[in-house]
Design a protein around this ligand. Structure first.
Ligand SMILES: [Zn+2]
Length: 366
């Protein structure tokens, strides 16, 4: 463990967090060092908030100075030259270069994370946070990403920006978690860096969170949105007419197909429901058979049906054949009918004066 007395916990987190960002340490002699914080003059108020935490180690408050680099004016303050900062320098600048190490990250709490984000973080369109990590190399970024995942549960990644600097990237859900974590440690002047822009569900008004996309928070809400849109579309008479025209055109263009499909369906239904249909028809006939209007209609229907069948010679022949077969089958099993036939043959033969045959004498069925 690093022994960072006389700094208290709050001061330690400010120093460790901002050293990941804009903070700077320098050695003034073998045994003493200085911590300094420099921002653009626009962030003077924020710099003042940082100064107030470490003010017991400083002689002078932040000053606006002329800066030849970025922005025309900067806000800057220094601590006094103290041994603690020389000690920190040896830990954080092991080879004279600021280097991210496992030890450093282990001493960082959520408060330190907040200072880091406030120093170098940007919130893009209210949903995606990035932290400029310009001074670190890829190895150090891997360390940072791993630390955030393991210790804070924040899934992040990193990329090279247009100018060729490494940047740490927080996807929306992670950004939301990060902002919630660091909110308690954020001074009022920096609240703008935490302005999360929630995307609201257009149906229920709840926040839409990944993996949901678009403007609905759930499958049910998306369905409701679509249904509303459809209702709105169909409530317009012009659209209704357009749709009806489309349906008509489709019907006319595919008439043969549609009819074939209908016949097929009916056929299948008849095959599967024959007994049921017969029973239903029978019941209906029993109900209506004494109704004169029904009888007229039925006679007419039958007449038309027979007409249709008669007009088709093949169908007519098939029906006749079937009827004959049915009748012959009935008669073959009827002894009285058989006897009568034999009698008739016998009479005919007597009339013709022919001798009786074996079959016309026998009265037993074949
Ligand atoms: Zn919803």
């Amino acid at each position: 463990m690093w022994d960072l007395a006389p700094l208290n916990e709050r001061q330690i987190q400010l120093v460790l967090g901002t050293l990941l960002g804009d903070g700077n340490l320098s050695r003034t002699s073998g045994i003493a060092g200085v911590y300094n914080s420099t921002h653009s003059s626009k962030q003077h108020e924020y710099n003042l908030a940082k100064y107030q935490i470490l003010s017991e180690f400083c002689n002078n408050p932040p000053k606006i100075i002329v800066n030849r680099g970025y922005g025309k004016f900067s806000s800057r303050w220094y601590t006094r030259s103290l041994p603690i900062f020389a000690y920190l320098y040896t830990l954080i600048y092991p080879n004279g270069r600021k280097t991210v190490t496992q030890d450093w990250l282990e001493h960082l709490t959520t408060e330190g994370l907040a200072w880091w984000y406030l120093d170098d973080g940007t919130l893009c369109r209210g949903r995606k946070a990035t932290i400029a990590t310009n001074s670190f190399n890829e190895l150090e970024l891997k360390l940072l990403v791993q630390h955030l995942r393991v210790k804070r549960g924040l899934e992040t990644s990193y990329f090279l920006d247009k100018r060729g600097y490494w940047t740490l990237f927080f996807p929306p859900l992670t950004t939301r978690a990060l902002l919630q974590l660091i909110r308690p440690f954020t001074p009022p002047s920096m609240q703008y860096k935490l302005a999360w822009a929630p995307r609201l569900c257009t149906t229920c008004g709840n926040e839409v969170l990944p993996p949901s996309r678009g403007s609905s928070c759930s499958v049910a809400c998306r369905r409701a949105t679509r249904q509303k849109a459809r209702q709105k579309y169909e409530s317009d008479p012009i659209n209704r007419e357009k749709k009806a025209q489309q349906a008509r055109r489709h019907y006319l263009e595919n008439l043969e197909q549609l009819r074939a499909r209908g016949r097929e369906t009916a056929q299948r239904y008849r095959e599967n429901h024959r007994a049921e249909m017969r029973q239903r028809g029978h019941e209906r006939y029993q109900q209506l058979k004494d109704d004169p209007a029904f009888r007229v209609q039925r006679t007419e229907n039958l007449r038309r049906y027979y007409q249709t069948v008669r007009n088709d010679p093949e169908r007519w022949a098939a029906r006749r054949a079937a009827a004959n077969a049915r009748r012959n089958a009935l008669r073959r099993n009827d002894p009285a009918w058989r006897e009568k036939q034999i009698q008739r043959v016998r009479e005919w033969r007597a009339k013709q004066a022919l001798p009786p045959t074996l079959s016309s004498v026998s009265s037993t069925p074949a």
